[in-house]
Design a protein around this ligand. Structure first.
Ligand SMILES: Cc1ncc(COP(=O)(O)O)c(C=O)c1O
Length: 396
């Protein structure tokens, strides 16, 4: 199927780079190829492009440019926050529904002598400030709770949790990779100390991101080498990628200011209302709590999510059977299990995540495809189940 007819609804996995963002970055591959640390004109042009990008990233989250450290993406930002803040004998509080960039970093820290508490979430996928308060210990150094979950889109009460952390005198990190560029984020309002961002979730290239560190907060660098990024992150800066990230942030700030999130939410509502009307026994996880304006975690009874994703793919619709980072793995989604779903329930859940580039016509076409494919797969499941019963009966 030609690419332009396909429908992409997997924006939480990654997003297409906007043509304007590509235009902004292109000169930094060619005529403005300088190393931002060099003193000559080539270097100065690259340096000033970095400075400008830093301002755009900071503006998106209401921060100061000097608090932004560019990284290679969300994974590095999360690792930098956790490894930079914690040492042996200290305590970390996080949740079971974090992205693996936090969970696997926490597991590694555990091996290195850091105490880790993993909080469960409720049926809606929310971690409460009370849970965090109850888990605090005298040696708690960091609380890390994501702002928006990548699989359900559920928003966490980060502001309230950060207040608990502050009262206790420990640091608060939030993985805001999925929230930034989709919903307004203000680090001052959240009151946290560290916040992770990733460019490819907001229409910029993969392999670039940032860690916001509140002024005055000191953490150890993850990478050692040159004095780049105010000695917080060694390595020659990825100038074209950072320029693209800056441009995407600038556009996201404008998009949010102009009511983009509300338009996306309306599109998202059109999709969810359509699904619930057309497909019997469909259920949206986290529908009773605040969510991102683009994500639907949809449970379809009697449907195998991996088979459904493949069947939809053949019909030209790209969605996900769970988090893209774990797709291909046999294990059911750790996020859905953390919410108390059974393995079977988790295995019949798919994720549809829209972007600002989707249209009403695409939503309507996606609903037709989904409706058709789900009916068919339920019929096949029912036929399979009936034939199994027949076979068992004939062998009895
Ligand atoms: C919540 C969350 N955190 C971190 C990451 C990792 O970001 P990156 O792909 O930029 O390393 C992802 C990517 O899916 C994510 O969804």
């Amino acid at each position: 199927m030609p690419n332009e007819q396909r429908i992409y609804m997997d924006a939480n996995a990654t997003t297409p780079v906007l043509p304007e963002v590509v235009d902004a970055m292109l000169p930094y591959w060619t005529e403005h190829f300088g190393n931002a640390s060099a003193v000559h004109e080539h270097g100065r042009i690259a340096r000033s492009a970095l400075d400008e990008a830093r301002e755009h990233v900071a503006a998106l989250i209401g921060a100061s440019p000097s608090e932004i450290t560019f990284t290679s993406g969300g994974t590095e930002s999360d690792n930098q926050a956790l490894f930079g803040a914690l040492g042996p004998g200290q305590h970390l509080i996080t949740s079971r529904m974090e992205h693996h960039a936090v969970l696997h970093a926490a597991e590694e820290l555990d091996k290195r002598g850091v105490e880790v508490t993993y909080l469960d979430c409720d049926r809606d996928g929310v971690v409460s400030p009370e849970q965090v308060r109850d888990a605090l210990r005298p040696n708690t150094r960091l609380v890390s709770i994501m702002l928006a979950n990548n699989e359900t889109g559920v928003l966490q009460p980060v502001r309230e949790i950060a207040a608990v952390a502050r009262e206790h005198g420990c640091l608060m990190h939030s993985d805001a990779v999925q929230a930034c560029g989709k919903t307004p984020v203000s680090v001052r309002e959240l009151g946290c100390d560290l916040l992770s961002l990733s460019a490819h979730k907001m229409h910029a290239p993969k392999g670039v991101g940032a860690l916001w560190t509140r002024r005055g907060v000191r953490i150890r660098p993850l990478l050692h080498g040159g004095p780049h990024e105010r000695q917080r992150r060694a390595g020659t800066e990825n100038v074209p990628g950072i320029v693209a990230f800056g441009e995407a942030c600038r556009r996201s700030t404008e998009w949010l200011r102009d009511g983009g999130a509300q338009l996306l939410e309306a599109l998202h509502q059109r999709f969810e209302t359509g699904v619930l009307k057309r497909i019997p026994e469909a259920l949206v996880h986290g529908s009773q709590v605040s969510r991102l304006p683009n994500t639907t975690s949809l449970r379809l009874t009697d449907v195998d999510s991996e088979a459904l994703v493949i069947a939809l793919d053949l019909q030209g619709l790209s969605i996900s059977g769970g988090s893209a980072c774990t797709s291909g793995a046999v294990e059911p989604s750790h996020v859905l299990i953390a919410m108390g779903l059974t393995e079977e329930e988790a295995r019949s859940t798919v994720r549809i995540s829209l972007s600002r580039l989707n249209t009403e016509a695409e939503v309507d076409r996606a609903l037709d495809i989904l409706d058709r494919v789900v009916q068919r797969s339920r019929t096949i499941e029912a036929v399979n189940a009936a034939s199994c019963e027949d076979i068992q009966r004939s062998h009895a």
